[in-house]
Write a new protein. Structure first.
Length: 526
């Protein structure tokens, strides 16, 4: 069985039920099946065959799901282009994947306008949709004039269904190769752990460019309705009320904004039953505030692109246990989900004892086949017997709860001590004035690296750098106390709305405000 089989079944069982709603309209399951057939036939008419790549550049729109369904039906490999990418990153994604047919939403076309002729000269077919795209082909015209049926080839579980590009914070985005079987297992088990039903109304506002498209389209498992939009706090609140949304998927940055907005005004979120969150750490302070403000259940999920998303989860019972009697569990991402194993290992790949820090390893049928065109990186990540070596540090207690330390690349070595930014960020978040904090290491002439932080405050609240440093002294080890804190209006974001720590680091280094000196009292205070 493949994911494409669910599309036909939803069309047969839930024919006239609404599958998707976006800013431009809605589609029933029958319409999704018919239109994805048309798009599949169009791609095949341009010579695309199973195993070749079609890419899409778009905001959250129904066409993203239709294109994905068309790829699933025909075995064409789907690649997503993040609309927040730079032009260079967009071109890299197209050429690295060798996308032959590219669908581009009109509002996303501007970065590529100067490259349309060269892409066409490379034999790439550019199809626009939405308004004012100015591309050689128009998707709606092609759908209206093409009534042929697509060829539906046989599929094998190991065939590549998707190339999910990473966020590109350390160079050009890397293409994660995910098979038909990877995505089938991921969609089925995530839907089960999330406890989705046909009666749910889901609001999806996270970026669908990478592996998240399967999450955006997880409604094919239950036939539930999914509302699509890009994230905007007021629009989010309006959509929950308008469509009586029951379940949402967020990153903690979005959750922070929603909690602030609900506390500031009279908002009806009574239909909301569940908030799923993940992709980056949420501070215990934020989770406590969210529980007291939103009045629904919560599910924290942990995974990486290379594992096709979530492989661990802290369910609502775990959250409530943490809030009532075990507050340390709010620092956990939960236990391994039924389809995955998690192991904490040392640098030589040997499992460490319970409670010890090491690198997070994952084994699952969802683990990627490798990175596209990067054999050395693939060998580094895939260590045999189905295990994936992630870049995350963590520990696991005797009960199987996983606690993330940080990304290995974020670890700061200051004066010979290892400092994990998340520990300091959690401490800063406990201050009542702190809205968000990002902790990074910057070069220091004496210690190698020094711990510094950029902090944004709640509107109407005040706190000085000195006050926040004193706050940290009471909560973290002496060597982990920030040596400088910069109060900023907001923190820079990356292409998936995560904190961009490289940009934080650059801004702090270039600010000219780092008070480094090598006085004796500074050296001894470390």
């Amino acid at each position: 069985m493949f994911l494409r089989d669910f599309i036909r079944r939803c069309a047969a069982i839930f024919s006239d039920d609404t599958a998707y709603i976006d800013l431009y309209g809605r589609r029933t399951w029958r319409q999704m099946d018919e239109r994805s057939d048309r798009i599949a036939a169009i791609m095949q008419s341009f010579g695309l065959r199973k195993g070749q790549v079609s890419a899409i550049l778009s905001h959250n729109r129904i066409e993203v799901a239709e294109h994905w369904f068309a790829c699933l039906k025909t075995g064409i490999t789907r690649a997503g282009i993040n609309w927040r990418y730079s032009t260079q990153e967009m071109l890299h994604t197209i050429r690295d994947s060798d996308a032959r047919v590219i669908l581009i939403e009109g509002s996303c076309a501007a970065p590529l306008k100067g490259h349309i002729e060269e892409l066409a000269a490379e034999g790439r077919i550019l199809i626009g949709f939405g308004t004012d795209h100015g591309l050689p082909h128009d998707l709606e015209w092609l759908i209206a004039t093409n009534d042929s049926r697509p060829h539906i080839p046989d599929l094998a579980p190991e065939e590549i269904a998707m190339i999910g590009y990473t966020s590109g914070t350390t160079g050009n985005p890397k293409g994660v190769l995910l098979s038909q079987h990877n995505l089938f297992i991921a969609a089925v088990f995530n839907s089960m752990v999330n406890r989705y039903t046909h009666e749910d109304e889901r609001l999806y506002v996270t970026n669908p460019a990478g592996i998240n498209v399967y999450s955006m389209c997880m409604n094919i498992i239950t036939g539930m309705t999914t509302v699509l939009d890009d994230y905007n706090t007021q629009r989010f609140l309006d959509l929950v009320q308008e469509h009586r949304v029951t379940t949402v998927t967020l990153v903690p940055t979005m959750l922070r904004r929603i909690v602030d907005a609900v506390r500031a005004g009279n908002v009806d979120l009574s239909s909301l039953k569940q908030v799923c969150y993940g992709t980056m750490p949420a501070t215990p302070t934020l989770i406590r505030e969210a529980y007291s403000t939103l009045g629904c259940t919560f599910l924290d999920r942990y995974g990486v692109s290379e594992s096709a998303g979530a492989v661990a989860a802290l369910d609502d019972a775990g959250h409530r246990r943490a809030l009532q009697q075990e507050p340390e569990l709010l620092l956990s991402v939960g236990k391994a989900m039924p389809h995955a194993e998690i192991s904490i290992r040392d640098d030589d790949g040997r499992p460490v004892a319970a409670g010890e820090l090491g690198t997070v390893w994952i084994r699952s049928d969802t683990v990627m086949r490798g990175y596209l065109n990067l054999p050395a990186e693939s060998l580094e990540a895939l260590r045999g017997d189905g295990w994936l070596r992630t870049g995350d540090l963590g520990r696991m207690d005797e009960r199987g709860y996983v606690f993330l330390g940080d990304r290995r690349k974020h670890m700061i070595v200051s004066g010979g001590f290892n400092v994990y930014p998340i520990v300091v960020e959690n401490a800063l978040a406990e201050h009542p004035a702190v809205r968000e904090a990002a902790v990074v290491g910057v070069p220091h002439p004496e210690w190698g690296e020094a711990i510094v932080a950029a902090v944004s405050l709640f509107p109407g609240r005040e706190a000085s750098s000195e006050e926040l440093i004193a706050h940290c002294r009471q909560r973290v080890s002496k060597f982990a106390v920030p040596k400088h804190i910069e109060i900023v209006p907001s923190l820079p974001r990356g292409s998936t709305d995560k904190l961009n720590k490289r940009e934080v680091q650059r801004l702090l280094v270039e600010s000219g405000k780092l008070p480094w000196n090598t006085r004796r009292d500074d050296r001894e205070s470390h």
